[in-house]
Write a protein that binds this ligand. Structure first.
Ligand code: 2M8
Length: 448
């Protein structure tokens, strides 16, 4: 690696100032019932954004954090799915593409998309409860959320277990949260793109074309979404795109543990959630860990083979304790942790690495926050402390941008981005473990 290591430059973070700025971002993006990811690029409610946002917002307003999650849970479909976008009826339907008309989901409790996003919600509900248990009890927050979360997880564990091996499959790159990841390139080649002349992208009005997915990629996203819609959002037929993703399933396993905590608090049996937690963890190891790559890899269900791309998704299973020695080795060798800003979304040494384009290399704040949790979960406290500083620094330097270039920390995408502010607030207000004298999982980093 010949580029300069930005994290070596000593820059102080003024934590009080940063906290006030993060609070301002969350206040400005609050719509009265939930928080938009960003005012211009994403003017509706996004599913996993809301979960991350609530975890930050609980430090500012536990009541709003509860409302944020309740709004999303209120849009649950009868089959249990939590939609990836809940459209704001007060917003111009053409402000985002594909907008409410595209999905044809009339008859649902709200106008929504028909896809899902990674299941961070039970974790968020539990952590929001913990911020003010008395308020949550008065409002019946857990009692109302729990049955919805159970049905959401059931939808994923049963209806989305397309291969029958105990993991949830995603049907569209948007469902991974890492839309333009290089891991989806090969499966997407099977999809005939819709001609770019037949739809009107809105994202390019607010973001640089060089940062966003190409028109051909968008054509494929539109084709997949339209086919799924035209099937009536059926999960039993064949699918052009069906992939088991490590981050999605690690979050489902971690969320089952959170459901156990919620059930315990409500005085309900917890056993089935622990069983689900364990069985998803076992399936993750069995189906997605690759010892030759020292990483978890996504599995393409069209040929039941691993997709040979190391992305940050393959590292997130650290949050459920997955293969710490191997993953920490990969984190240092392939992702430059401690030498670049936060954690890149894609292997720095891969040919296709691109530090600016959506999920093809840049460092994102929500996944960095997950990695920080992963480091703590496996006792890698030196990495956790370094990453905390790196996240705060990147937010300060970039002005709460959506994501940054790992080498330069240059900000890209939207500014005043909600989950960026939420992650910062959580780190500033959360308990930070002291660095250990010796890190049991410490790895020798290569000297390149
Ligand atoms: C991005 O995804 C949307 C589609 O859902 C888009 O590109 O238009 C992703 O970064 C996704 O993870 C995120 O939830 C969403 C809103 O922040 O934006």
């Amino acid at each position: 690696m010949s580029r300069p290591a930005t994290t070596d430059i000593p820059v102080d973070v003024d934590e009080n100032r940063l906290r006030r700025s993060a609070e301002r971002v969350l206040l400005a993006n609050w719509t009265g019932r939930w928080t938009v990811p960003s005012r211009e690029l994403y003017p509706h409610q996004w599913s996993w954004d809301s979960a991350f946002i609530a975890i930050g917002l609980r430090h500012l307003s536990p009541r709003r954090a509860q409302q944020e999650l309740e709004s999303l849970l209120g849009a649950q479909w009868p089959d249990g799915r939590l939609p990836h976008i809940v459209f704001d009826p007060r917003t111009d339907p053409d402000a985002y593409f594909p907008g409410p008309d595209f999905w044809r989901t009339t008859g649902m409790p709200a106008r929504t998309s028909g896809l899902v996003q990674p299941p961070v919600h039970a974790i968020a509900v539990w952590e929001v409860f913990a911020a003010d248990p008395a308020l949550a009890r008065r409002r019946g927050f857990l009692a109302r959320s729990y049955p919805k979360l159970v049905r959401w997880h059931e939808y994923l564990r049963v209806r989305r277990d397309l291969a029958g091996h105990g993991l949830a499959a995603i049907r569209h790159p948007w469902e991974s949260g890492m839309d333009n990841s290089p891991a989806w390139d090969a499966p997407l080649l099977r999809v005939e793109p819709v001609d770019a002349g037949l739809f009107q992208r809105r994202d390019l009005r607010h973001a640089a074309a060089a940062d966003r997915p190409t028109n051909v990629d968008y054509g494929r996203y539109v084709r997949l979404a339209a086919d799924y819609r035209d099937s009536g959002y059926a999960d039993d037929g064949g699918a052009d795109f069906a992939v088991e993703d490590p981050m999605f399933n690690a979050l489902l396993a971690a969320s089952e543990a959170a459901l156990a905590a919620i059930a315990g608090e409500l005085g309900l049996p917890t056993g089935r959630h622990w069983e689900n937690h364990e069985s998803i963890r076992a399936a993750l190891d069995e189906r997605l860990f690759s010892p030759t790559d020292n990483s978890y890899l996504a599995r393409d269900l069209s040929d039941d083979r691993h997709i040979p791309e190391r992305t940050i998704s393959g590292l997130v299973p650290l949050i459920v304790g997955g293969h710490p020695v191997e993953l920490l080795e990969t984190v240092g060798r392939r992702f430059g942790v401690g030498r670049v800003s936060m954690v890149p979304s894609y292997d720095l040494t891969a040919d296709g690495f691109d530090g600016a384009r959506y999920w093809r290399g840049p460092s994102w704040f929500n996944t960095a926050w997950l990695m920080l949790r992963g480091f703590r979960a496996v006792g890698a406290l030196r990495q956790a402390t370094g990453l905390r500083h790196s996240i705060l620094l990147a937010a300060t330097r970039s002005g709460f941008r959506e994501y940054v270039d790992p080498y330069t920390t240059a900000g890209h995408g939207s500014d005043n981005f909600s989950w960026t502010a939420a992650a910062v607030l959580d780190l500033l207000r959360g308990t930070v473990p002291a660095p250990a004298a010796s890190d049991p999982h410490g790895v020798q980093e290569p000297s390149t």
